[in-house]
Ligand binder design. Structure first.
Ligand code: PBG
Length: 329
């Protein structure tokens, strides 16, 4: 028996909705969605991000409401990013360790109000430095080990405020091991680490940097620590090191242009693997939708399903709320 026409007709199982559903290989569920939120100072604030239509920076009170809504839609986890005003930024990013900074205030307020939603917090200095780099800078160089000394403290401060998952997004070498041991020492054995393991030096982060107020201040690029988009094998080495250092889960970022990396990582390691559909990907899809060039709802659902097909266990996406509402309908 050969699999050839006319014995085999691949259109046959495709011919009705019930049959397509029956043979479907992958599914997207609300459990796959992590919703990133931007936090700003003040009360009752919702300040739109121009380059991300539909996304606003929320003051802590509004973020609490968003978290309640996310929980009631069934979204398992939200990720918080601070939009730090320029006067709180400094050369060494000291604001990162302020227990009352925006992110820590938001973490504890949301933990109080919505204890059953997961809270993910980024570890990196870029929201707090006046140069927009993720680490300490000396003579134009990003210092690796000195930066780690601050990141471990940032992780503990965020865990104390209520973070359930610490997500180092800085790409310094060796930071996962250092953060794991400092968390354990401080009594946070149950706080997870989701490593931004394969994070590329990408042009797709532009709108995010607008949202957190880093684009105006960023001097230079991040190519000495974020990965070269040309590299595939190196991603395996990055992920392997982070797993060996104690990461509970790993992330590939950006998302859609890097689906091959997601598949490689998923095939190589038995750990939960996440994709970040980043700000620029969101901006592209929404912009095309607003122009009437693409149907936004269709490409949103299709792009998120593609991550699952590539092997991702979950996706950080600015579409999380919209997608959850669509799935709940
Ligand atoms: C900070 C960080 C960035 C993103 C997540 N954490 C920006 C960067 O590395 O410059 C990007 C997310 C997005 O574009 O949506 N280290």
């Amino acid at each position: 028996m050969t699999k050839s026409f006319p014995n085999t007709r691949l259109r046959r199982p495709r011919s009705t909705d019930w049959s397509r559903r029956m043979v479907r290989e992958t599914n997207l569920s609300i459990d796959d969605l992590i919703w990133p939120l931007f936090i700003c100072e003040g009360t009752s604030q919702e300040i739109p991000v121009d380059s991300m239509p539909g996304v606003s920076r929320l003051s802590v009170d509004k973020a609490v409401l968003a978290a309640k809504q996310a929980h009631s839609e069934g979204i398992p986890c939200i990720a918080l990013f601070p939009s730090t005003p320029p006067e709180r930024r400094s050369e060494r990013g000291d604001e990162a360790l302020n227990t009352d900074n925006l992110i820590n205030t938001a973490l504890s307020a949301i933990k109080d109000a919505v204890p059953d939603i997961g809270l993910l917090a980024d570890v990196a200095l870029d929201p707090y430095t006046n140069h927009g780099q993720d680490g300490l800078v000396e003579d134009g160089k990003i210092l690796n080990d000195e930066t780690i000394g601050i990141l471990v403290q940032q992780a503990v401060v965020q865990a104390s405020a209520g973070a359930d998952i610490i997500a180092p997004s800085d790409m310094m070498d060796g930071r996962v091991r250092a953060i794991r041991s400092e968390l354990d020492r401080a009594g946070f054995q149950d706080v997870q680490i989701m490593a931004y393991a394969a994070k590329y030096a990408s042009g797709f982060y532009g709108p995010f940097r607008d949202a957190v107020g880093s684009s105006g201040v960023l001097s230079g690029d991040k190519k000495t620590y974020q990965m070269d988009p040309a590299n595939r094998l190196e991603a395996i080495r990055e992920v392997e090191m982070d797993i060996n250092e104690g990461a509970d889960s790993v992330m590939i970022k950006p998302g859609m242009p890097y689906l091959d990396i997601i598949r490689d990582v998923k095939d190589a390691f038995a750990v939960p693997t996440f994709a970040y559909q980043v700000s620029g990907e969101y901006a592209m899809l929404v912009a095309a939708g607003q122009n009437g060039w693409l149907d936004q709802e269709t490409v949103m659902a299709e792009s998120l399903l593609a991550f699952k097909r590539a092997g991702a266990d979950g996706i950080l996406t600015y579409f999380a709320m919209e997608m959850a509402q669509l799935l709940n309908r």
